[in-house]
Structure formats: structure tokens, C-alpha cells
Design a protein around this ligand. Structure first.
Ligand SMILES: NC(=O)C1=CN([C@@H]2O[C@H](COP(=O)(O)OP(=O)(O)OC[C@H]3O[C@@H](n4cnc5c(N)ncnc54)[C@H](OP(=O)(O)O)[C@@H]3O)[C@@H](O)[C@H]2O)C=CC1
Ligand SMILES: O=C([O-])CC(=O)C(=O)O
Length: 257
């Protein structure tokens, strides 16, 4: 496929690097207008400047990019694969994306991101589900630049500290760079308002640990992943970048899991 990637950060760089190996062509890199690289013909500063023939847009940039650029892209009939599930916690953003996708006959595909087990949760939700809880635990550096800094001295904590407890909607809105997993779990399971979330800064760990527990007519479910962060961003797990490519692969296959 001929691909446009939004962003040039840790996830975007990983995805851009891997595209040829997965049989795709990186045709454009969509950045903020003032970030356009005059030395790179692929660098564009607006949806209008995307070259003809793009078949898929990969949002590797976060909530602001999906909320700001997503509707225009979808309304033009272009599908998006996005890492920014948490942006949908804002009902207005979600409605705008939904309307644009219907108008353009396009689809917004949410990458599973740094978590797994979403297939099990969404099947179990048919049951229905009784409860879903998600606990996100990262080393202090993984919470830099987030709301955690308001309640914790991240550089000096010596034991695990909870800095957020509430619904997935509150988590996703308050932690746009850290709680997309909470949003994905919510969307697969019992929704933004009924998913209970706890976020923890833990100086004793070196991985991003995500745990989900669910209960319902299907039985019980426990999921735990200990994810390696991307070298360029301790906030983001490598699996989140990998999940963009695996979603892209799935969309290209005649037989899908
Ligand atoms: N689903 C999941 O499990 C996960 C999701 N994420 C989401 O992915 C996002 C990106 O992660 P990561 O790559 O590590 O972050 P980085 O901070 O390394 O990179 C973010 C990139 O996105 C660009 N960007 C942000 N907003 C816009 C915009 N409106 N238009 C164009 N470009 C934009 C930034 O450009 P600039 O420098 O100009 O701001 C930068 O190039 C996170 O913010 C988070 O929301 C992250 C981890 C896991
Ligand atoms: O990358 C991770 O481990 C999780 C993350 O940032 C998110 O959920 O937004």
C-alpha cells in the first residue's frame, strides 16, 4: 500500500522504518505546518498536501493529531490506523470522527497498542461482562510530562505510588500520552465510564506493565504484559508501534484472525 504516516516521533520512526519490510511504500509524512522538512519531498504540512494515491494513513502522533486531522482524512475516504484510542474518550471528538468516516465511506481502525487480550474482552462483552479493571504501571520516567508530576516528585520516589484512580474516560482525557491502553480496554469491554483504572509510577521496575482483569458470564480473565519501551520515548511501549504494522498487515490479508 501507499502510506502516509502522521508524526516523526518514537512510534512514527519505528513504523516508517518497518514499512518496506512489510511490503508498503512510505509516500508521505504529515507533520505540523511549521515542521515541514524542505529537504524531504515526502514531508507535508496539511491533509491538502498529501500526494494522490495514498491508500492508508497511519496516525502515530497522538490525540491532537487524530482529533485535528482525522475528520478531514476520513471525510476524503481515506482509512486511518491510529494509536490514539484515548482521543475517543472525548464524545465530541468521537462523534466528529464517526460522522466523517460515514461521510467518506472510510474507517478508523484502532491499533491494539501496548496491550493484548482485546479479542477476548470484546468476545466476553457479548456475555455480558460484569467488571473490567486495568492497572498501568510504568517506571517514573514513563510518566514524565504527565499529570503524575502534579502529585508526585517522580525523580525522588522510592516505592510504587498510585497517582490516578478513576474511570477509563477520566484517565484517557487526563493522560493523553499514557492512557490509550485504558481506552482500548474500555472500548473492547464495558466502555469508558464503567472501566476502572489505576495508574502507578514504580521506581522498582524497568518495563511498562499493563494488567487487565475481567469477570462476566464467560468466566474470569487476567492479562499481564511487561512491555519494553521504545528507545526514543520511555512513555511508549515498542508493542504499540508494532501493533500499527500488524493491523496494517491484517487489513491487507484475505484471511484474517
Ligand atoms: N495505543 C497505545 O497503546 C499507545 C499510544 N500512544 C500514543 O501515541 C502517541 C505518540 O507516541 P510517541 O511516538 O511515543 O510520541 P513522541 O512524542 O515521540 O512523538 C509524537 C509525534 O507526533 C507529532 N505530533 C503530535 N501532534 C501532532 C499534530 N497535531 N500534527 C502532526 N504531528 C503531530 C509530534 O510532532 P511535534 O514534535 O511537532 O509535536 C511528534 O513527531 C502518544 O502521544 C500517545 O497518545 C503511545 C503509546 C502507546
Ligand atoms: O506505551 C504504553 O505502554 C502505554 C501508553 O503509553 C498508552 O497507553 O498511551
Amino acid at each position: 500500500m501507499k502510506i502516509a504516516v502522521i508524526g516523526t516521533g518514537a512510534i512514527a520512526q519505528f513504523v516508517q522504518r518497518m514499512l518496506p519490510e512489510h511490503g508498503h511504500e512510505l509516500a508521505a509524512i504529515l507533520v505540523r505546518p511549521h515542521r515541514v522538512d524542505p529537504k524531504s519531498p515526502k514531508s507535508v504540512g496539511s491533509v491538502d498536501d498529501l500526494p494522490a494515491g495514498i491508500e492508508m494513513v497511519l496516525d502515530c502522533a497522538g490525540h491532537e493529531a487524530l482529533a485535528g486531522l482525522g475528520p478531514d482524512i476520513l471525510a476524503r475516504g481515506l482509512d486511518i490506523i491510529s494509536v490514539s484510542a484515548g482521543a475517543l474518550a472525548d464524545q465530541q471528538v468521537s462523534d466528529r470522527l464517526d460522522r466523517a468516516a460515514r461521510k467518506g465511506g472510510a474507517r478508523l481502525h484502532l491499533a491494539s497498542g501496548a496491550i493484548g487480550g482485546l479479542d477476548c474482552l470484546s468476545a466476553a462483552a457479548v456475555g455480558p461482562l460484569k467488571s473490567v479493571t486495568y492497572v498501568g504501571r510504568k517506571p517514573p520516567a514513563g510518566w514524565k510530562g504527565s499529570l503524575a508530576e502534579h502529585s508526585l516528585d517522580l525523580g525522588n520516589i522510592t516505592a510504587a505510588e498510585t497517582h490516578f484512580q478513576g474511570s477509563a474516560r477520566e484517565a484517557a482525557l487526563a493522560y493523553p500520552k499514557n492512557a490509550n491502553v485504558a481506552a482500548a480496554v474500555a472500548l473492547a469491554g464495558v466502555g469508558f465510564d464503567n472501566t476502572q483504572v489505576r495508574l502507578i509510577a514504580d521506581p522498582t521496575i524497568h518495563k511498562n506493565i499493563h494488567e487487565v482483569e475481567a469477570e462476566g458470564d464467560f468466566g474470569t480473565f487476567q492479562f499481564r504484559i511487561s512491555g519494553t519501551a521504545l528507545p526514543d520515548n520511555p512513555r511508549s511501549s515498542a508493542l504499540a508501534a508494532m501493533s500499527v504494522l500488524s493491523k496494517l498487515d491484517q487489513l491487507c490479508k484475505p484471511i484474517v484472525l
